[in-house]
Design a protein around this ligand. Sequence first.
Ligand SMILES: Nc1ncnc2c1ncn2[C@@H]1O[C@H](COP(=O)(O)OP(=O)(O)OP(=O)(O)O)[C@@H](O)[C@H]1O
Ligand SMILES: [Mg+2]
Length: 348
Amino acid sequence: MPSEAERLVAGAADGEDQAVEAALRPKDLDEFVGQERVREQLDLVLKAARKRNGTADHVLLSGAPGLGKTTLSMIIAAEMGAPIRITSGPAIQHAGDLAAILSSLAEGEVLFLDEIHRMSRPAEEMLYMAMEDFRVDVIVGKGPGATAIPLELPPFTLVGATTRAGLLPPPLRDRFGFTGHMEFYAPAELERVIHRSARLLDVEIEADGAAEIAGRSRGTPRIANRLLRRVRDYAQVKADGLITRGIAEQALKVYEVDGRGLDRLDRAVLRALLKLFGGGPVGLSTLAVAVGEERETVEEVAEPFLVREGLLARTPRGRVATPAAWSHLGLVPPQQGGTPGQPGLFGS
Ligand SMILES: Nc1ncnc2c1ncn2[C@@H]1O[C@H](COP(=O)(O)OP(=O)(O)OP(=O)(O)O)[C@@H](O)[C@H]1O
Ligand SMILES: [Mg+2]
């Protein structure tokens, strides 16, 4: 079973991504491609803070994996000329862990808290006070004899990142002065990301080649960069290193990423839905058995992108293919009013 991280079109980072990403990360707001609204708003927040010679308001960044939340947090620190401390929700098990970090922050420092929705409850409550009053109560001792010692903190900027903004408790969400919702990128923006990365990786690429990769990158810069590296490998081994549209097409055929960015699993799910169940509706469990995968894999790994692309719909009666799904796989939908599902059944 392919785990999300093993897929070439996964939004989440794999080991190789982590190694190369540092080199490919834009270092300031001007270099950061796309996200015009977030960028403009953030630019104002940071400029105003600099003008006041103060610390920027706390910033929450929400959006799907690979859209640039970590990158933006580093840019915030760089633009403020401030050091950055990086930690994550799951790393903070106890309120004491958070107190230790907070009390060691320098004035104006940026604290980047990744996956902030996964922080423990007690730590979260400590964070409320730290964000609002720059103060924490450190609890000393246990049981009835425990006492709270208030500790002043230097002003700092918290940058929280989450892929699940909906999971944040409102009191936490409300304490951020600015929330940036990161959107999926348009193909033209991804082309710019690809050209920029190609320059940094010293790879020659034609405009058509970049467009071909961009169209298969699921609106996600991390995927665009990953596909670029795989196409580069192919271009170096099978050709002279130059990435043309033809080379990109051949390479991504080898890696089983199709023209819309669907991979083998995505297509298997669609094909089963169309060919075995006439386009649905069919239950998730049945669909999962048909493709030989776990329910969760189909639901969490394959479906979100299929739904986003308008290829599959989740309905109360089960999964249903859209007309776009039929045309994407080059199949003909069953006649309206005919025997449901018959024409597509076992066909082609
Ligand atoms: N706007 C952008 N312009 C250029 N490159 C970008 C942009 N956004 C992201 N990238 C590239 O994509 C990679 C992944 O971005 P980043 O690590 O910031 O994503 P993320 O939102 O933090 O993902 P996760 O949710 O997995 O932590 C970066 O290394 C960077 O090279
Ligand atoms: Mg990140």
